[in-house]
Write a protein that binds this ligand. Sequence first.
Ligand code: 6GU
Length: 231
Amino acid sequence: MTFDIISVVPELLDSPFQHSILMRARKQGLIEINLIDLRAYGSGPHNQVDDYQYGGGAGMVMMVEPLDKCISELKSKHQYDQVIFLTPDGQTYNQQTANQLSLGEHVMIICGHYKGIDQRVRDMHITMELSIGDYVLSGGEIAAAVLVDSVARLIPGVMNDCSSALTDSYQDNLLAPPVYTRPSEYKGHEVPPILLSGNDRLIDEWRLDHAVAKTKELRPDLLADDLLADD
Ligand code: 6GU
């Protein structure tokens, strides 16, 4: 799967994709990440990409022309499953959207900056607008790293243990249960004996019970009505 990321500060994304699982996935050719510097499409001697907003008000707006040129050039070369704009006023990103995106071949990601982008870019090119949560970041780059990481790890072969991604928090609308590794006792804190019992059925039951209890406590909004009904 290929991710083409348009940014005015592509340097911000150098490091997140150069380590660990994502780096290995790139080396193995399972994912490709291309960073595109929007400034190369800017106008005038200073490669301008932002300007004051019509109607007045604080904050600069990313101009329509550099973005349209850049996006159009990419679209003329490739077929995109989605052209995604990362913005705090987008739909809230979640695991379901990550799952959906992971089935695609090629996505374009546009990182917002300043006060946002000229609405005409959204009208002409954007197929999906996503926010990673109800808070404001100074730019979309960190959100792009979140998006790429969460999608890439769902692609077959990217994770060592392919069953692992399916047992993550959110995959079944439940938070993950507690996990432990050696030693079995530390400073008087013991690992729950069931996990040491070797009884897979009891272990699965224990994990489900704890996942449900944790979700009820921290994220009751995630729980399906039928689970709440047996309170
Ligand atoms: Cl995608 N961009 C920015 N700038 N802020 C955000 C966001 C995105 N998601 C949450 N806050």
